[in-house]
Design a protein around this ligand. Structure first.
Ligand SMILES: [Zn+2]
Length: 306
């Protein structure tokens, strides 16, 4: 009789824990490689993170497979970079419980969001800057929005696993300390480059947040989306800018097609710098973490333009 009661009690406890999720890792699915790093760093052993958009995959062109959809359906929380980057999200959101998807970019404070029209220099409106809407979706290229993103992820984790709030906050504080150290290093690194050399010609409009933090003027060949083409007029404009300003180097991107930037190189004699990482982390060890990606990008830019 006694063993029956113990058994019933144990079953009730298991059921209760199973229902409230206590003690089980939080099931997180990420749609951006930088969010995967943030989630794993803040969550530690208390989260089980499944990355659907892995390092090296272009998030502009990624589409979830049927297996990915099943992962999304079992997630307690889906972290998306937001601001329109994941064009498939509205379709998927209908199949998930309300509140599952956290659009990190959309939830950044308004003063940290960057209007596309404010930073990219184009000859005509034909450059496709507004494909995703008015706000530049590449927020991870700025360290201030990164810090804000860690706060959003931290609060979402705490909401779903309040018992682990101490661990999440400690981990998030440590991660933010590393971001602030990176910010200090970045300022020193860019200070090596005179202001009149901070002209950044890139394949697509991905570095607006970096430009805002470090005083660069951007001349992207393509708009904020990699899956578009440019006009002959925009290409001619970029070539004129490079010649007129004696810009020493222009930048391709690891995940992108370098055909257009090669044209600029051919026409101007500017150097083609080693490729930058624009849309997220990469399997290449030099870009394998957020800290490494930012350091490699900034070092490459400063070395090539000095
Ligand atoms: Zn991009």
């Amino acid at each position: 009789m006694r063993s029956t009661w113990i058994c019933l009690y144990a079953c009730a406890v298991l059921l209760a824990f199973g229902t409230c999720g206590f003690g089980q890792p939080l099931r997180v699915v990420t749609l951006h490689s930088v969010l995967t790093e943030i989630a794993r760093d803040i969550g530690g052993d208390s989260v089980d993170v499944k990355a659907l958009v892995r390092p090296g995959v272009d998030p502009h062109v990624y589409e979830p497979t049927p297996t990915d959809i099943r992962s999304l359906q079992t997630a307690e929380i889906v972290l998306a970079s937001g601001l329109g980057l994941e064009s498939y999200l509205p379709r998927i959101a209908r199949e998930l419980p309300d509140g599952t998807i956290v659009n990190v970019g959309d939830r950044l404070p308004n003063n940290l969001k960057l209007d596309c029209a404010d930073h990219a220099h184009a000859e005509s409106s034909t450059v496709n800057r507004h494909h995703h809407g008015e706000i530049d979706p590449h927020w991870w290229q700025g360290i201030e929005p990164m810090i804000a993103a860690t706060r959003i992820v931290e609060s979402e984790f705490i909401l779903r696993r309040p018992a682990q709030s101490g661990t999440f906050s400690r981990n998030a504080d440590a991660y933010r300390d590393r971001l602030r150290a990176l910010q200090g290093w970045a300022r020193q690194e860019v200070a090596r480059l005179p202001l009149d050399r901070r002209l950044l010609v890139t394949s697509h409009d991905a570095f607006g947040y970096l430009a805002r933090e470090h005083g660069f003027i951007l001349y992207p060949i393509l708009g904020t989306d990699t899956a578009t083409d440019t006009s002959a007029r925009q290409l001619a404009f970029i070539i004129t800018i490079v010649r007129r300003n004696h810009i020493k180097a222009v930048f391709a991107e690891r995940s992108g097609n370098s055909r257009l930037i090669q044209t600029v190189v051919r026409e101007t004699g500017a150097a083609l710098a080693p490729p930058l990482c624009a849309d997220g982390l990469s399997p290449d060890p030099a870009f394998a973490t957020y800290d490494l990606m930012m350091r490699t990008n900034l070092r490459t830019i400063v070395d090539a333009l000095r």
